[in-house]
Design a protein around this ligand. Structure first.
Ligand code: ADP
Ligand code: MG
Length: 319
């Protein structure tokens, strides 16, 4: 079973940033309003994610680490309409199989926190306000071959920060902070969508973009799309979310570029933040273990809607 977990971990956990993404997903699923990420050596030595969410009751702590144990869905019908970030019950088990993991958690009604050490299974009282801290130390310590594939600490740190940024852009109602070796590297305070866009994409993004808002059958598209003159040389300012989850989607990328066809010359890339909210039965998020890819039931309808949202926004007279 240890081997099976480690193989599964290979699909979910590629580098510190993958751990950060899964742990922040869990914090958001727990209803956190503040998420703090602390890293050591780009996350290779330590990743700690603290939240003020609902916490985990002591009797459920061991379950949280078990493979395929999720508290989020119970039936196949629920999988069809999944609204939480997590649902596979795989991440914590996978992470714990390739690191030294501990969970410290305190639900609202508990007198104190409990700390569970994943390796020893030892449970002990601990001090903490309501919420959960997951500590992941020495990633890939037992799989040196995997550890060798990690890049420099600076590169791993940059990927980890990017993982938090993707969450932060979609959730301005949640405050985020990222610390590296005791230094605050990023902080996004709770506020409006506009404020968060400005904080993450730059103060001039609002002036250099137009709002999108389109209702198309089973989906609603909102967000902001950059004006052609604000296009970039690189595609690293393109953020697409499907039902709140950051995804990489060729179809959406293509629809965006095609809406720009006549105005974007050469290799220039549009800047955009696009939230697609779609009837969950019309999209399969269970395509890839990391959930970064989705499959739409009717891709033509999504393609047309994205094109329309962009075209309308760019034609609008400002705002
Ligand atoms: P999934 O998110 O797919 O359910 P995970 O392996 O990521 O699976 O987490 C397993 C379970 O541990 C979750 O279903 C949840 O019950 C619990 N859990 C993990 N992290 C937290 C957290 N930060 N706050 C509350 N519960 C958590
Ligand atoms: Mg999860």
């Amino acid at each position: 079973d240890e081997l099976v977990s480690q193989i599964a971990a290979g699909e979910v956990v590629e580098r510190p940033a993958s751990v950060v993404r899964e742990l922040v997903d869990n914090a958001l699923d727990a209803g956190a309003t503040q998420v703090t990420v602390r890293l050591v050596a780009g996350g290779i030595r330590a990743i700690v994610v603290e939240d003020d969410g609902c916490g985990i009751p002591p009797e459920e702590l061991p379950l949280a680490l078990r493979r395929h144990a999720t508290s989020k869905i119970r039936t196949l019908e629920e999988l069809e309409g999944v609204s939480t970030m997590g649902f596979r019950g795989e991440a914590l088990a996978a992470i714990a199989s390739v690191s030294e993991t501990a969970i410290v958690s305190r639900p609202a009604d508990a007198a104190h926190a409990q700390r569970l050490d994943a390796r020893s299974g030892e449970l002990a009282p601990a001090a903490r306000a309501q919420g959960t801290s997951i500590e992941v130390r020495e990633l890939f310590f037992s799989t040196p071959a995997r550890r060798k594939f990690l890049k420099s600490e600076a590169t791993e740190l940059a990927h980890a920060v990017e993982a938090v940024r993707r969450h932060a852009l979609a959730r301005p109602d949640v405050g985020f902070a990222v610390w590296h070796e005791g230094k605050l590297v990023e902080q996004w305070k709770r506020g409006s969508h506009e404020q968060r866009f400005a904080d993450i994409l730059g103060e001039d993004f609002l002036a250099q973009s137009r709002a999108m808002d389109v209702q198309a059958g089973p989906m609603r598209l909102i967000g902001r799309v950059g004006l052609p003159e604000a296009a970039r040389a690189r595609a690293d300012q393109q953020f697409c979310y499907v039902n709140g989850r950051f995804v990489r989607d060729k179809l959406v990328q293509h629809a965006l570029r095609s809406a720009y066809e006549d105005v974007l010359h050469g290799q220039r890339q549009p800047v955009y933040v696009l939230f697609i909210d779609i009837d969950p039965t019309r999209v399969d998020v269970n395509v890839h273990p990391t959930k970064i890819e989705v499959r739409f039931r009717d891709s033509g309808e999504v393609y047309a809607a994205v094109r329309r949202a962009v075209t309308q926004a760019l034609a609008a007279p400002g705002g």
